[in-house]
Design a protein around this ligand. Sequence first.
Ligand SMILES: *[C@@H]1O[C@H](CO)[C@@H](O)[C@H](O)[C@H]1NC(C)=O
Ligand SMILES: *[C@@H]1O[C@H](CO)[C@@H](O)[C@H](O)[C@H]1NC(C)=O
Ligand SMILES: *[C@@H]1O[C@H](CO)[C@@H](O)[C@H](O)[C@H]1NC(C)=O
Ligand SMILES: *[C@@H]1O[C@H](CO)[C@@H](O)[C@H](O)[C@H]1NC(C)=O
Ligand SMILES: *[C@@H]1O[C@H](CO)[C@@H](O)[C@H](O)[C@H]1NC(C)=O
Ligand SMILES: *[C@@H]1O[C@H](CO)[C@@H](O)[C@H](O)[C@H]1NC(C)=O
Length: 380
Amino acid sequence: MLSTVLLGAAAVMAGVANAQVTATGTMGVTNPTAASLGTAVNMSSYARLLSLNAIDDFCVFAPPETGSTIGDTEAIQVAWCVQPRNDARVIPDGTLSAVHFVRTPLYWQVQGFGDFTRMNIAEGDEGGELDPHGATGDGNPVGGNVTCNATGSDVSYEEWMNYMSYQQFCLRICIAENSTYSAAIECQHTLDEMGCAWVMPGDYTNGTFTDCEADSAYPPGVYPLANGTTSTFAQRYTGSYTNSGTLAYWTIGYTSTPQTAASTPASSSCTTYSTVSNGIPTAALTSGAYFTYTPGMTFTDLPTTTESASTVIESALTDSAGATTGTAQVTVAATDAAAVSASSSTAASAGHAVFAPSTGLVAGAFSVLAALAGVGAVML
Ligand SMILES: *[C@@H]1O[C@H](CO)[C@@H](O)[C@H](O)[C@H]1NC(C)=O
Ligand SMILES: *[C@@H]1O[C@H](CO)[C@@H](O)[C@H](O)[C@H]1NC(C)=O
Ligand SMILES: *[C@@H]1O[C@H](CO)[C@@H](O)[C@H](O)[C@H]1NC(C)=O
Ligand SMILES: *[C@@H]1O[C@H](CO)[C@@H](O)[C@H](O)[C@H]1NC(C)=O
Ligand SMILES: *[C@@H]1O[C@H](CO)[C@@H](O)[C@H](O)[C@H]1NC(C)=O
Ligand SMILES: *[C@@H]1O[C@H](CO)[C@@H](O)[C@H](O)[C@H]1NC(C)=O
């Protein structure tokens, strides 16, 4: 039996001669040079750097513009993070309805549910898969890069996969490999029609937030057999070609699909949380917003979507000591997007307010951009 297993392992490794764990490529041009916590919130960001460090410190990819399908925007998706980090957009509190984070020997993974229409995914879009192997070889999205601090510092890994739909997400970053399973096999990216629970088995309970250690799952599509070997499922692909003017078809993959993953790995040392959050008022996270958030900072009189036309709204930004560090003023001219405009900025004694351009906002939404003391004004 042992020799059978080893033969199987050799066969798996032979198929992934270029397998590697840590990344050697380049950082995407729209990304910061390295992952870091506490960067400014930029709701127009095109940064594509994900980090997966904790149940309340991770990022996923989602479209830059509202109402987009994943399939149509794979190459241009941007990073959205629970905390302000990596110069990325911030996931508004309340978006995530379940988060399950597992740390395993071969990968770290997070999965769950949420209302991802709040992160620009079209209502009802069953979504798709993001990974570092896009059609151009540059990854989907192009320039996508991931880090994980499993080793105690931020390391950039080569193999990862992130499935997104309008209501479900999962992200796996492969941080190690052994002689049985390479990182490329454990983060196998060719099964994009299978969905989260099939590719990344784990806890998919909605409404709960857990952080656990777990065994590594069998790689996606790998099933143990009674005689000690494994069988590997391949997603079915059909294509066509022309042979001397005659249209012909080729097909690879299996005709019948196993209904579930081989098993759900056992987990242990779980901690349950009531939610994950960043504490930033969601009204401050509108399209175009840019500000530096410090915990404890409050926003007074933020715009609401029910303000009537011509209302002037002034929002004071107050730091944790209660000092006003900036103000922002917007005039609501009408209910349609183009007419919601920033009228003027009021420089507070210790800071400046800045506003987004009036175009590109969703109807009824507002942008408040405030640079805090010492940052200076930024006119966009
Ligand atoms: C991500 O960027 C880092 C830092 O530049 C780089 O070392 C790494 O190879 C990049 N990752 C990929 C997958 O190219
Ligand atoms: C916000 O992100 C966009 C796109 O990455 C960038 O062009 C812009 O300069 C950023 N805003 C600020 C104020 O840094
Ligand atoms: C990894 O990141 C998490 C979340 O930011 C942090 O709490 C933790 O201390 C970091 N781990 C290490 C080993 O640096
Ligand atoms: C998960 O729970 C939230 C909150 O109850 C709910 O709105 C959402 O529809 C649920 N998602 C799924 C996929 O059932
Ligand atoms: C590699 O890791 C997997 C998952 O943890 C495990 O089942 C397998 O036995 C490991 N192989 C070796 C040679 O340690
Ligand atoms: C193990 O079982 C599978 C499925 O029955 C079979 O196809 C395969 O040949 C067997 N392998 C060995 C080494 O017995």
